[in-house]
Write a protein that binds this ligand. Structure first.
Ligand code: NAD
Ligand code: UD1
Length: 327
């Protein structure tokens, strides 16, 4: 048995962690990624163990032959930023909606065993109660949230009408090694951790009392694997979070304590499209997917901090050896 596993968005932050986990289980992995927000560096030391297709999911004719006959497709390719989807909605609409439709269509046409879709907790918007439960009515607040929600609807409808199995996981704010910290649109923890290492103050949008259920990437990967095999869950949507929440102010205080730093944050205007509070109800994922998060927030932060520090040291050392070669 030598099944093919496809990871769209496999050169990205979460996708590349999933690719490593699939390889560790002995699976054959193909990545589809147009490298728009991802990077082949994320797959560097495993490059010779996988097949990378630098294709765009908006191009059905390119991706369909790769997807056809696969055992499992993990669909993670997307433009993942809330503010980018407001500033420039067309590219994110095209990748996140048109591209997602193409992936499901290719999976149905190609008789794929199951598609696991990376949905988003942003679909909930501002709910009146916390934690957020899958049965709540979605109230998306940004184009990105609408796009990710529509992907869930397509996932369920493809399971209903086109005879393939699908599962949607609503990721809550994911963090960990390889999350790209270099853009103002990057995930807040990648920015906070880089600020901490470089001894700079971060800028917090708004009063910093907004809260998030920050989830360590390895816990999300474990749930992706479970969702790809669990029986009786096709067509369903599950939260993929830890069940906790921290405000940005608490988080920055905790990071300063971990590092023994004193770097008061700066505050800017609130960001359009921002959800105020986010926290997952994990009951359904625990019951139906045997979800069992392994990492506390602080453990995840420490592991990620170590990774960014080592990565920075690696980059500085290769820059130095480059300079030596030139001189
Ligand atoms: P990422 O930007 O690191 O990864 C996304 C990957 O998709 C990148 O490698 C990018 O190059 C690729 N991609 C984008 N558009 C593409 C296209 N048209 N064709 C082919 N490849 C394309 O982001 P991430 O944080 O790893 O997010 C992965 C998935 O998880 C996304 O679907 C995102 O919406 C979802 N998600 C992420 C979070 C989070 O907190 N990071 C939370 C909820 C949902
Ligand atoms: C994030 C994900 C999104 C996912 C969603 C699910 C990223 C880039 N976005 O969106 O894909 O679907 O979680 O919950 O991973 N902030 C600052 N200062 C900064 C950067 C951000 O204060 O320098 C604030 C933001 O205004 C926001 C919070 O931090 O209030 C989180 O922002 P961000 O990390 O971009 O994540 P979400 O918008 O929650």
């Amino acid at each position: 048995m030598n099944h093919r596993y496809i990871v769209t968005g496999g050169a990205g932050f979460i996708g590349s962690a999933l690719v490593r986990a699939l390889l560790a289980r002995g699976h054959r992995v193909h990545v589809i990624d147009n490298l728009s927000t991802g990077n082949l560096n994320n797959l560097e030391e495993i490059a010779d163990q996988i097949t990378v297709h630098e294709y765009d999911i908006r191009d059905y004719n390119r991706i369909a032959p790769v997807i056809a006959g696969a055992h499992r497709v993990f669909h993670l390719a997307a433009l993942p930023s809330v503010p980018k989807s407001i500033l420039n909605p067309v590219p994110s609409h095209e990748s996140n909606i048109d591209g997602t439709f193409n992936v499901f269509l290719a999976a149905a046409d190609g008789k794929v065993g199951r598609v696991v879709y990376a949905a988003s907790s942003s679909a909930y918007g501002d709910t009146e109660v916390l934690p957020k439960v899958e049965t709540m009515t979605p109230r998306p607040k940004s184009p990105y949230a609408v796009q990710k929600l529509l992907g869930e609807y397509y996932a369920s409808v493809f399971a209903e009408c086109f005879g393939i199995e699908t599962v949607s996981l609503r990721f809550f704010n994911v963090f960990g090694p390889r999350q790209d910290p270099t853009s103002v649109y990057s995930g807040v923890l990648s920015i906070f951790l880089t600020c901490l290492i470089e001894q700079r103050s971060p800028t917090i949008n708004g009063d910093g009392e907004q809260s998030r259920d920050f989830t360590y990437v390895e816990d999300v990967v474990a749930l992706l694997l479970k969702a790809s095999e669990a029986p009786g869950v096709s067509g369903k949507v599950f939260n993929a979070g830890n069940g906790n929440r921290y405000t940005l102010n608490e988080t920055w205080r905790l990071l300063q304590k971990i590092e023994g730093a004193d770097l008061p944050a700066q505050y800017g205007p609130p960001r359009p499209g921002d959800v105020r509070d986010s926290q997952a109800d994990t009951t359904a994922a625990v019951r139906e997917l045997a979800h069992a998060p392994q990492f506390t927030f602080e453990q995840g932060l420490r592991l990620t901090l170590d990774w960014y520090r080592a990565d920075l040291a690696r980059k500085q050392s290769s820059a130095r050896s480059g300079a030596t070669l030139v001189s």
